[in-house]
Design a protein around this ligand. Sequence first.
Ligand code: SF4
Length: 389
Amino acid sequence: MNFFIQQSELRDLYNKVVAGERITDADALRLFESKDLNALGAIADFVRAKKVGNRASYIINRYINYSNYCILSCQFCSFSRKKRDGDGFQLSIEEIVGKAREALKLGITELHIVGGLHPSLPFSHYTDMLKALKQLDARLQLKCFTAIEILHLAWLAKKSTEQTLIELKEAGLASLTGGGAEIFRKEVREKIARGKESAAEYLAVHRTWHQLGQRSTCTMLFGHVETLADRVDHLRQLRALQDETHGFTGFIALPYQPENNGIPVDHPPTGYDSLRTLAVSRIYLDNFDHITAYWVGLGLKLAQVALSYGADDLHGTIIEEHIFHMAGAGTPQGQTEAEMIKAIREAGRTPVQRNTFYEPIKFFENSAASDVPENTARSKVLEDNLATA
Ligand code: SF4
């Protein structure tokens, strides 16, 4: 038994997890409230190792935000703009394809595309965008749209959510993103994202997508006005849907960024809070294979440490990120593949390049530095972004 567990008040929960028993909501709250981070991490690390062995993954991907014009005004959002603001943006399909073309030279396997709820673009614009990207390279995996965007597109198309998803799938959509879950409890949602979809609507979009045989990720935005019990409630609803559909590939805990929005928070998530949230998520979400440490919010150094606190994935190279950075994230805009491999190796894990569905593409089994690609995901835009970070 791990030294930290032997001495810990959490020893009974460790025994429960080792026996293969599912922890309860009360157990999860106890884990959150414990100050024994080392023991919590040891339990999470046990679960991680049982699930995925010694592997830790990353993806070579690129983010593209097609527009930040949005008809909603979620209080926590620093990204959205109205047309009258004068500093919003909107990319044409040609511009999006141009960014994708450049990123393909760097070996990306995925484009991650989200935006605001645009006030005037028709539904056909989105299917045309997907088709144009698939035409550029049929192998590209298009991970696009949050649940609220899907509801917006269904409204634009005047079709059911299911029919909208079918048509997006036919146009080339591979996976939904997990964004927009925030915190499910209604009272918290009212305070941070009034007007956005309810928890039930978020879950219904993902359920429908899963029932079509497709996969998605899910998220939780933590460290603002929610309580620890709210976090457990959020995880409970995700675990329940996963029991039903098994359609989630991974879970991503997003640390709240407090700048340039209507929810100023004196104490945004600390390193301690981030690690315990990832660890509890790993232990509680026993029906999820993958827990991602999102380096954009955590910083690569803390994300690397999180690989010993339940996480088994560092997300991607990203190249150009707007949403977290407009909310004050001080991390770089992107990472190189070499940097991600180095971080994983230093943490004692075997690096694995993965695709959108967390399936392995390439293993780096040995520790030879010579097999690490040199700056494979550095582009002109990333170089520029790193220089100004
Ligand atoms: S969080 Fe999304 S839906 Fe809400 S205002 Fe921002 S861009 Fe719009």
